[in-house]
Design a protein around this ligand. Structure first.
Ligand code: ZN
Length: 203
């Protein structure tokens, strides 16, 4: 049985535990440090959370984080809007950006299709992608979901959804770690994988 702290502290510990990969011990350590912050720093900390929550929302086109209507990538005229790289999440987008060399735009799904976990196509931003490709007459969709089962299932599903549209559909080349998440791939591997992408033909 875990040691219980007085109610306000216990509550703070529980809230910190909502963060990924934070166990009880770490949460207690963070809670104690937060309580020890000078009042000004504590206020600034609270304000930073509130401000980020209020100001940051999703790009109306690609679901990236932004302060405005469109994110910095969608509103950059130097980016090639006719090529869309489809990624699972914002961390994957950042990984591709870090690899440099990709000049198209993105579409963030916010997850994958996973029948085992009960996540269907309706749980990710799939319809907005199809509508976007149709409306913007996109030339190429690069599917950059992970190489695991869920990533592959999602890739297949997207390919089928787009099959009747006049768009070239490509998938990242293998070479990425099998089952690996994009965000953990090193930059050279990721860049090679984008350059070596293969067309998906649905027959
Ligand atoms: Zn955007």
């Amino acid at each position: 049985m875990d040691e219980q702290y007085i109610a306000p502290l216990e509550n703070l510990i529980q809230k910190i535990r909502l963060l990924p990969a934070v166990g009880r011990k770490t949460a207690i350590k963070y809670a104690m440090r937060i309580l020890e912050l000078p009042p000004d720093n504590a206020d600034a900390f609270l304000f930073a959370i509130q401000n980020a929550r209020e100001k940051i929302h999703r790009c109306s086109k690609c679901f990236n984080m932004t302060e405005g209507e469109l994110c910095s990538i969608c509103s950059d005229p130097r980016r090639d809007a006719s090529t869309i790289c489809v990624v699972e999440d914002i961390r994957s987008l950042m990984a591709v950006e870090r690899a440099k060399g990709y000049r198209g735009v993105y579409h963030i799904l916010d997850g994958t299709i996973s029948p085992i976990d009960g996540r269907g196509p309706e749980n990710i931003h799939l319809l907005p992608l199809v509508e976007r490709v149709e409306k913007e007459k996109t030339k190429e969709v690069i599917i950059a979901t992970g190489m695991g089962v869920d990533g592959e299932t999602t890739s297949m599903y997207i390919s089928r959804m787009l099959a009747n549209l006049p768009v070239k559909i490509t998938r990242l080349a293998y070479g990425l770690p099998a089952g690996g998440e994009l965000e953990f791939a090193d930059e050279i591997t990721l860049l090679k994988s984008i350059e070596g992408r293969q067309e998906i033909i649905i027959s």
